[in-house]
Design a protein around this ligand. Structure first.
Ligand SMILES: Cc1cc2nc3c(=O)[nH]c(=O)nc-3n(C[C@H](O)[C@H](O)[C@H](O)COP(=O)(O)OP(=O)(O)OC[C@H]3O[C@@H](n4cnc5c(N)ncnc54)[C@H](O)[C@@H]3O)c2cc1C
Length: 483
């Protein structure tokens, strides 16, 4: 075997396929019985399918889609460019689409000054985002310099940055949702917004899309591409450790005791998961281990799926949207502070999509699926997450009910995944930090063990369904093999 890929999520599948297309003999080992990881469509109630974790594609690398010919392997989109709808308790919902003028007209209902500022802000953000593409989309090339504005943004916080551009809470809160991985008071937090603006979906900058059939359809297309490239796909194969000899990876050992030998191992592990392996512990120095221990996140997110026996009504807004619930930018500030203290935030920030509005086949006729991401939340909640599971769902439904009156009585089933559930299923993520966002690809992908590369979302500047880490890790591994 030339290479082993650990983990069959989007990044593992992408890495394995690029390696196999370059003529390498590759085995992909996935612990679970199904491929896809956090990008999956699940049946959570009889007749109802929904996105287990990721529910809107905002960062899928267009090069992965084109190079792996995913359209030919069956990938179709139910919706390519959902508007963002900031739901307001007063019913003055704000629709932010990619049409700058239409958005500005909607903003005028909240503030004339903000409506005028919007086109300027959008241009500024997109220009910065494009300037950062060579850094975030590729490995840094010789001669490429960080735009000076980025250095300034590293010192500024999002709250102040938005305060100097807008006056209305509605606009500031809606914009801040895309940077909710960091508290808006953290210096450098505007960079998350620039990262988001840098992404392209279906050729559209900063768009949000849903595949036909849900996120699992992307995994089906990637699986088909992997099979065409002759990747050996093994499910139910939990890797217990990485084998290392003289500082270099020599293969892996499965929980069953089976050993598989290869010179290169690409693992969809976070840095904190690597530290948990025997190989990781022995390869890392004390300083590095201590730094990695600190990368275990204090802040995480939860996921709720609801089955509804009627369409949700968000006050006349288009239901094919990405709905955001956060009253003010302070919602994120206080939620981050509470989460870091291990407490449930008083007010939850929600991102909601209605997959059935784009793809009615996901539920019985006339019925609907509502998918909710709740973030930020404490990774470790005082009193434990088990007892807080039902109250969390009730709190999220109550928050939605304020903007979509009557929604609660139409809920017929729910699936709740707390930060604990998510970490148990998919492993511990790495903390989102400004240092991570601004570090280069080699430092996120290479490890102190020769031949061991990290290829999962934790190696991306910000974790998302993108496949970029898998693509770049495969390129690194191929380059090393050619030396
Ligand atoms: C609540 C939540 C909501 C999100 N929503 C979105 C969204 O809407 N849009 C978006 O773009 N992103 C979203 N994300 C992020 C996105 O889901 C992830 O970044 C992405 O799916 C990660 O892909 P991956 O392939 O790197 O890792 P994963 O999908 O986590 O796959 C890793 C795979 O490795 C396997 N594995 C782990 N350890 C081993 C082992 N020892 N042996 C064998 N196999 C192993 C796991 O079983 C898993 O299948 C969300 C994340 C969370 C937590």
């Amino acid at each position: 075997m030339s290479a082993i890929v650990v983990g069959g999520g989007v990044n593992g599948l992408v890495a394995a396929t690029y390696l196999a297309r370059a003529g390498r003999k590759v085995v992909l080992l996935e612990a679970k019985d199904a491929l896809g990881g956090a990008c999956a469509t699940t049946t959570f109630a009889t007749g109802f399918k929904g996105p287990t974790i990721a529910h809107a594609l905002t960062a899928l690398d267009p090069r992965v889609v084109a190079e792996l010919k995913l359209a030919r392997r069956g990938l179709k989109f139910a919706v390519r460019d959902m508007p963002t709808v900031a739901l307001r308790a007063d019913g003055k919902h704000l629709v932010i689409g990619r049409d700058v003028r239409a958005t500005a007209r909607g903003i005028a209902a909240h503030s004339r000054a903000d409506a005028e500022a919007w086109p300027r802000f959008r241009r500024e953000l997109f220009d910065l985002a494009r300037a950062m593409r060579p850094f975030w989309w590729d490995e840094p090339k010789r001669g490429w310099n960080l735009p000076p504005t980025i250095a300034t943004l590293r010192r500024q916080n999002l709250a102040a940055w938005l305060d100097s551009r807008f006056e209305s809470d509605a606009v500031k809160a809606a914009v801040a949702c895309d940077a909710s991985g960091l508290s808006p008071l953290v210096p450098g937090s505007p960079l998350l917004l620039v990262w988001r603006g840098c992404q392209e979906m279906c050729g559209l900058q900063s768009a949000a899309a849903i595949p036909l059939g849900g996120p699992g359809a992307l995994v089906d297309a990637l699986t088909a591409a992997a099979k065409v490239a002759s990747v050996e796909l093994r499910t139910g194969a939990h890797v217990a450790d990485i084998l290392v000899k003289d500082g270099a990876a020599t293969g892996v050992v499965l929980e069953s005791g089976e050993e598989i030998v290869a010179k290169r191992v690409l693992a969809s592990l976070s840095h904190s998961q690597l530290l948990a392996t025997k190989a990781g512990r022995s390869a890392l120095g004390i300083g590095e281990s201590t730094a990695l221990e600190r990368s275990v996140p204090a802040v995480a997110s939860a996921k709720v799926l609801l089955a509804l026996n009627a369409a949700p009504n968000f006050g006349g807004s288009p239901s094919r949207g990405r709905f955001l619930l956060a009253d003010k930018i302070e919602t994120f500030v206080t939620a981050h502070a509470a989460s870091r203290a291990g407490c449930m935030p008083e007010e939850l920030a929600l991102e909601v999509v209605v997959p059935t509005a784009a793809d009615p086949a996901l539920a019985p006729m006339g019925q609907h699926v509502v998918s909710i991401r709740i973030a930020p939340l404490p990774r470790h909640l005082a009193g434990g997450w088990d007892a807080a599971k039902a109250p969390l769902a009730a709190k999220a439904i109550a928050a939605l009910e304020r903007c979509a009156p009557g929604l609660a009585r139409h809920v017929t089933a729910a699936q709740v995944l707390t930060p604990d559930d998510i970490a148990k299923r998919y492993g511990e993520e790495d903390e989102v930090t400004v240092e991570r966002v601004m570090s280069d690809w080699p430092s996120r992908i290479l490890t102190p063990i020769k031949g061991l590369f990290l290829c999962g979302a934790a190696s991306e500047p910000v974790g998302a369904v993108s496949g970029r880490a898998g693509r770049i890790a495969a390129a690194h591994a191929l380059r090393e093999a050619a030396k």
